[in-house]
Design a protein around this ligand. Structure first.
Ligand SMILES: Cc1cc2nc3c(=O)[nH]c(=O)nc-3n(C[C@H](O)[C@H](O)[C@H](O)COP(=O)(O)OP(=O)(O)OC[C@H]3O[C@@H](n4cnc5c(N)ncnc54)[C@H](O)[C@@H]3O)c2cc1C
Length: 216
């Protein structure tokens, strides 16, 4: 898999050593992240919209109501910028100045197209569901023709992308290491809690393995 090129748009200026342009790093972050934010400009006004997504090969799939401003904008062939971030920890330095966050983030650019073929739409919707919770698609009732018609699905080819990663401990100024306060990293993670049964679920319905053992 060839790296993404560093372009005028994707070159990281601040702390460029934290930047990565290889597909493996970028796709691992995209696949682990739960949601993304889609940025676009309409009549000079920027919008940033949080949404579910999935990656299929070199594309990002988004779906939603046909009335969605974001989806209509993408379906019309306009460019977008999408970001997604995994927060791995809070970095507590001795000085306020050196506090930070451990993270893995991706910024990507592309232009979308509307998916019109029903089979292609179904495959894309499967990817979105499986991105959130692998195993669910094969169990849930699948979209019927009316529901499929009422769902707008777009595919965005990833033209340019960058990742930025911060790991490790705080970096304090030498004279601050003598200060008598705690410093280090507070790791953070998405951890599922005990599943909550729907109140209309028959009592004998077991929790599926893909729910009981869910992790990101
Ligand atoms: C959780 C989190 C918290 C952060 N907090 C701060 C903060 O408080 N203050 C701050 O200044 N910065 C913060 N950053 C870093 C911020 O995202 C930018 O990297 C930073 O503003 C420097 O951007 P720049 O001027 O080098 O690049 P820009 O000129 O802004 O961007 C140029 C290109 O670099 C790439 N790029 C820039 N940042 C990222 C990124 N994070 N991930 C992937 N690609 C990227 C994109 O392709 C972008 O188009 C944070 C990042 C994360 C993930």
């Amino acid at each position: 898999m060839p790296d993404f090129p560093q372009t005028q748009k994707t070159r990281i200026h601040r702390l460029p050593k934290r930047g990565h342009y290889d597909r493996e790093t970028i796709y691992q972050i995209i696949d682990e992240a739960l949601i993304c934010h889609v940025g676009f400009v309409e009549n000079g006004q920027p919008f940033v919209i949080p949404t579910n997504f999935a990656r299929v090969e070199d594309t990002i799939i988004l779906h939603g109501a046909p009335a969605s401003r974001m989806l209509k904008h993408i379906a019309a062939g306009n460019p977008v910028c999408i970001e997604t971030t995994i927060v791995d920890g809070l970095v507590l330095a001795r000085s306020v100045f050196h506090h930070s966050v451990n993270y893995r983030s991706v910024v990507l650019f592309g232009t979308g197209r509307l998916l019109e073929d029903d089979q292609e739409k179904m495959a894309a919707l499967k990817a979105v569901v499986e991105h959130l919770i692998p195993g669910r698609w094969s169990e849930a009732r699948l979209p019927n023709p009316k529901e499929l018609d009422a769902t707008l699905v777009v595919s965005i080819k990833i033209d340019e992308a960058s990742a930025k990663l911060r790991t490790g401990l705080p970096g304090d100024d030498e004279e601050d290491y003598a200060l008598p306060l705690w410093a280090g990293v507070l790791p953070l993670q998405i951890l599922p809690q005990a599943p909550i049964r729907d109140e209309r679920l028959p009592a004998e319905t077991p929790v599926p393995a893909y729910v009981a053992s869910y992790k990101r």
